[in-house]
Design a protein around this ligand. Structure first.
Ligand SMILES: Nc1nc2c(ncn2[C@@H]2O[C@H](COP(=O)(O)OP(=O)(O)OP(=O)(O)O)[C@@H](O)[C@H]2O)c(=O)[nH]1
Ligand SMILES: [Zn+2]
Length: 202
């Protein structure tokens, strides 16, 4: 996999994931914080962390088109909404997790082209598994549904807690950030209100 990602303002992948380099960097980090990377418990840690980073940033090597492949022409032209899709992403400022849920809704193209429901969750993962900010994650999901599915409207609402705000710095555990992106026909006040009431309903 060597396709660099260059989507909307994202720096993208600039090379293959270099496991050895990541491992060396983690070893250096352990030394920098005053640890001994050669002690029993830490000996395998750099390699483990490198593998973990490869996984949490796997989205850098995926394109949204790869996951929105399964489409059906059902002639369905009403809104489709998937709620409470688990989000696990990494804030690009501190490389700490932000976690929460995404709600993704769209009004299919006039052709009735829809995608598999699980593909919406896969799409969230493609963009979440990159160094991110929540706002960009939200707009990237919305924009790719508009362009790839040719949706007539899209709404994406994401609610997350940022570990960089909980564990360090301001230390406010429990604070939730909500971001939304609304496109096309979902900008219409009545349609948007209907979508929001479905999203807010427990
Ligand atoms: N808008 C936005 N900000 C984020 C996101 N994730 C983290 N941040 C913020 O990024 C900012 C980085 O601020 P800096 O002043 O450069 O870094 P810092 O000194 O570590 O900031 P503090 O977190 O306030 O201690 C912080 O305010 C974070 O809360 C995100 O997804 N979206
Ligand atoms: Zn952060």
């Amino acid at each position: 996999m060597t396709n660099p990602v260059t989507l909307d303002g994202h720096e993208g992948a600039i090379g293959e994931f270099d496991e050895k380099r990541a491992e060396n960097a983690v070893r250096e980090l352990l030394i920098a914080v005053g640890e001994n990377p050669d002690r029993e418990g830490l000996r395998e840690t750099p390699a483990r962390v490198a593998r973990a980073y490869k996984e949490i940033f796997a989205g850098l090597w995926q394109e949204p088109e790869e996951v929105l492949t399964t489409t059906f022409d059902l002639g369905h032209d009403e809104m489709v909404l998937v709620k409470d899709i688990e989000v696990f992403s990494t804030c690009e400022h501190h490389l700490l997790p932000f976690v929460g849920v995404a709600h993704v809704g769209y009004i299919p193209a006039t052709s009735g082209k829809i995608t598999g429901l699980s593909k919406l969750a896969r799409l969230v993962d493609v963009y979440a598994r990159r160094p991110q900010v929540q706002e960009r994650l939200t707009t990237q999901i919305a924009d790719s549904l508009m362009t790839i599915l040719e949706a007539r409207g899209v709404i994406v609402v994401i609610e997350c807690e940022h570990m960089c705000m909980s564990l360090r710095g301001i230390r406010k555990p429990g604070a939730k950030t909500t971001t939304s992106a609304v496109r096309g026909q979902l900008r219409d006040a009545a349609t948007r209100a209907e979508a929001m009431s479905l999203i807010m309903a427990k």
